[in-house]
Design a protein around this ligand. Structure first.
Ligand SMILES: [Zn+2]
Length: 468
């Protein structure tokens, strides 16, 4: 095991050495379900899905916990604007997130805890912090006393004297120090509340993640992840609470870069067009996944339609080779069997080096080039070998076109029907050619094209695929 990952807390690349040998526990801050996801939200899911897949491929037994924040100021505001119940807003958007993760082929987490289901765990954590002198109840709220915890600011690399007030409550005067943050928010009229020994109220965002991470992964666990925008205050506060309470908490902190719009600020209308539900009507989900996953996870993605189209074309080149090599194999099973084979050393080395997906993809594309050369030379065995290697690498990246969820997605069953119909049309075209009725032959080809079917004549006879 030589996996090395960049740790935000120490600002260095560190060797991954699991708390329990052979296992890996990961916590990812998931969705605050106030709206459906755009690609910026889901990029985090794709980045950490690649990490989980690579840990599994490296032989580790993973426990992946990704939470849902189902109570929050923004959810309450949306519910208020819509005149809907807060829980209905949360439920609807959580389903949209699940749909988006699924459609992009992210493996489901082992557990997906919701904040509102973990109030007892939060009460226990608050009691520990209050008893240890790190937190105090005031005016119905409960606050964390940042001056009581010496390392506050270490994760985000800030000195407390340079920090601004935590603007997280309407009761600022209740705080001992304006930089103290709310663990628990006291009841306000019309808001949902849960009972605690310090009065009714609702969870603060930071508290819930500490409570849920340690419930499912233990007081010390391997990796805590999230978007770069969560380092401060969210992760700083999670770390402060848990460490102050006496838990070791996460050993490594991983943060993914953000998705930006090239040259433009994300306006609301533009933002809407980047909703995952909208984008998968323009490109195939697997191509969107390739686009979001191809950059190094720590770099920002500057979104543009051109870059998305290039990514789709790059994926189609890989997919085209895998499909042709599999068709060329006399025994279709050969490619499938070989897919279980090993990974090229350069590919594994790239992922072990802080998940360098761009370098890993370069190995994929090089193998595709070699495979295409083998195909062109009629070296079917060589092509099948290369295809197996490509598929093994794609599986780690969640992009194998012949494996679930991509294989036969949506068109399974229908593909056989279309194949039969296209075969009939092609036989008629061939018959028209034989009687030298080229106008009729061309008309058949044009009609197929208009229906979105591209026919390619190959030495083995015509083959078809859907145009994109
Ligand atoms: Zn969190």
């Amino acid at each position: 095991m030589t996996l090395r990952l960049y740790d935000t807390a120490t600002r260095s690349v560190r060797e991954f050495s699991p708390v329990t040998p052979g296992k890996a526990g990961l916590y990812l801050c998931g969705a605050t379900v106030q709206a459906p996801p755009h690609i910026g939200h889901i990029r985090s899911g794709v980045s950490f899905d690649i990490l989980v897949r690579w840990l599994k491929a490296s032989g580790l037994e993973t426990t992946f916990c990704r939470n849902v924040t189902d109570i929050d100021d923004k959810i309450l505001r949306t519910a208020d604007e819509e005149g809907t119940a807060w829980w209905a807003v949360a439920e609807r958007n959580q389903r949209a997130f699940t749909r988006a993760y699924d459609v992009l082929g992210c493996l489901p987490p082992d557990v997906e805890p919701r904040a509102t289901g973990h109030v007892p765990e939060m009460i226990v954590l608050m009691r520990r912090l209050i008893e240890a002198g790190h937190a105090y109840p005031a005016d119905g709220d409960v606050y964390f006393d940042i001056t009581s915890y010496e390392a506050y600011g270490a994760l985000s690399g800030q000195r407390p004297e340079h920090m601004r007030a935590a603007a997280d409550t309407d009761r600022e005067s209740a705080k001992r120090d304006p930089r103290d943050f709310a663990l628990w928010k006291g009841a306000k009229p019309g808001e949902p509340t849960w009972e605690t020994p310090w009065g009714p109220g609702r969870p603060g965002w930071h508290l819930e993640c500490s409570a849920m991470a340690t419930k499912y992964l233990g007081p010390v666990f391997d990796i805590h992840g999230g978007g770069l925008d969560l380092v401060f205050p969210h992760h700083e506060n999670e770390l402060a609470q848990s460490r102050a309470a006496g838990d070791g908490f996460a050993r490594l902190w991983l943060h993914n870069g953000l998705v930006r719009l090239s040259g433009e600020k994300m306006s609301k209308s533009l933002g809407n067009s980047l909703l995952v539900d909208a984008m998968v009507t323009e490109v195939r989900p697997v191509e969107l996944r390739y686009y979001l996953g191809q950059a190094h996870y720590r770099s920002d993605i500057d979104y543009s339609r051109e870059a998305l189209a290039e990514a789709a074309a790059a994926y189609q080149r890989i997919e085209g080779f895998v499909t042709r090599a599999t068709e060329a194999a006399d025994d279709g099973q050969a490619a499938t069997r070989a897919a279980a084979g090993g990974l090229p050393a350069a590919f594994a080395a790239a992922l072990d080096d802080d998940l360098r997906v761009p370098q890993a993809l370069a190995v994929v594309h090089e193998t595709v080039r070699e495979g295409n050369t083998a195909l062109a030379a009629g070296d079917t065995a060589g092509a099948v070998k290369h295809a197996a290697s490509v598929r093994a690498m794609l599986a780690v990246l969640g992009l194998d076109p012949l494996a679930p969820p991509w294989a036969g997605r949506a068109d399974s069953g229908l593909r056989d029907v279309v194949d039969a119909l296209v075969t009939v049309a092609l036989e008629q075209r061939q018959a028209a050619r034989l009687r030298m009725d080229y106008a009729a032959a061309d008309a058949i080809r044009d009609q197929l094209q208009a229906a979105g079917i591209v026919v390619e004549d190959t030495p083995a006879g015509p083959r078809w695929e859907l145009s994109r």
